[in-house]
Ligand binder design. Structure first.
Ligand code: HPA
Ligand code: ZN
Length: 364
């Protein structure tokens, strides 16, 4: 399923990542180190037991499939978060990611972060935000990876706690009054969307928009009410303006009105093919991605939570669509251009990456 070798073309392709959860990049090695540094007990005696725990097949949705004894992805992801305690921990997490991103020729990234997952454990919001802010600067200076981050409301927590988290984090945003610290420039929705539709968070979107921030939201794949959630995201949220992007959103192909809405409103999908490939056969999944592309829905390719998904990063995800959607080299370059256009990077950064892609197209 994940055994494709990265081709030299995919490795060298300059990349833009718009769908990655920074907490989903925590490596077993860093988790082990931080657990010991912070005296956080792990349910594994040895490092190799911890590494082996990543080989589990998750229960996709316990609410839908019942309990089969396996953890859900989100339980594993939030269990990993437990070791992140100090500003230095958050800094190291992000710097590890930036170094990895640079190796894969990622030029620009918009990482998601889940501040509620940390403050609810008693971690100070400042530790999280200052750690990421320092890494944002050092990632750009030392790794040449620029970033603008995305604050996520945890949709299975109360709306009120999400709004409170937003108000706490706001001084670190790129607010239109120019007074913010410039860490994050958008809000998103993450975590379990079972019975938690996008419209529940309308007040959060309103506050973010008022501050001049962008809005995106997860519409997870094959979730209960998946098409209704995509419908809300396209047509109803933000006082009917709709979201600017959808994270995943693959179920849009189940209804023509959703496909039409995505195109008319120019809402792009940040797809993470390997995440779906864990549960869908090659012959089922990749024709769906191909169909979105052929019908003119704007898509880009991303990695989601690579360390919890068999260590498949953006290059591995790109390799999958290159191989299984039979995309040409030109198509792959266009997918990165799509990501540039879907991004909310500064114009200068966008132009720089587009120019590099042009040169890459000529030389490849
Ligand atoms: N969906 C929802 N929440 C998440 C995800 C995801 O793919 N990854 C991390 N949090
Ligand atoms: Zn995601």
């Amino acid at each position: 399923m994940n055994g494709l070798e990265i081709s030299p073309f995919i490795a060298a392709l300059p990349k833009v990542e718009l769908h990655i959860h920074i907490e989903g990049t925590l490596t077993p090695a860093l988790r082990w180190k931080l657990a010991h540094r912070n005296n956080i007990p792990l349910p594994y005696e040895t490092y190799s037991e911890l590494v082996d725990s990543y080989k589990v097949t998750y229960n996709h949705r316990r609410e839908l499939n019942g309990d089969n004894g396996a953890p859900t992805f989100l339980e594993t992801y939030f269990a990993g978060c437990q070791v992140l305690c100090t500003e230095d921990d958050f800094y190291e997490l992000a710097m590890d990611y930036f170094r990895k991103a640079a190796e894969m020729n990622v030029r620009y990234v918009e990482p998601f972060f889940d501040i509620q997952a940390h403050t609810k454990r008693g971690v100070a919001a400042e530790a999280v935000l200052d750690g990421f802010l320092r890494a944002q600067r050092d990632g750009a200076e030392r790794c040449d990876v620029r970033s603008n981050w995305i604050f996520c409301f945890l949709r299975d927590e109360s709306v009120e706690s999400g709004l409170e988290a937003y108000r706490t984090a706001r001084p670190w945003a790129t607010t239109k009054d120019g007074k913010g610290k410039g860490l994050f420039h958008a809000v998103g929705l993450a975590s379990n969307e079972y019975d938690r539709p996008p419209l529940l968070f309308e007040e959060g979107f309103r506050l973010a928009k008022e501050d001049g921030l962008h809005v995106t939201m997860h519409c997870d794949v094959d979730q209960k009410d998946a098409v209704d959630h995509v419908h809300e995201a396209i047509f109803q949220v933000c006082a009917g303006q709709g979201t600017e992007r959808i994270d995943h959103g693959l179920n849009a192909i189940d209804r023509p009105d959703l496909m039409q809405g995505l195109k008319e409103r120019n809402i792009g999908l940040t797809l993470c093919p390997h995440a779906y490939h864990r549960r869908q056969a090659t012959e089922t999944l990749f024709p769906k991605i191909r169909k979105l592309w052929d019908e003119g829905v704007k898509i880009c390719i991303n990695s989601d939570d690579p360390t919890y998904m068999h260590n498949v990063w953006i290059d591995g995800n790109m390799m999958k669509v290159y191989e299984y959607c039979r995309f040409s080299e030109g198509d792959m370059i266009q997918l990165v251009r799509n990501a540039v256009e879907m991004s909310w990077a500064e114009d200068e950064v966008k132009q720089e990456i587009l120019k590099e892609l042009e040169e890459f197209a000529v030389s490849s």
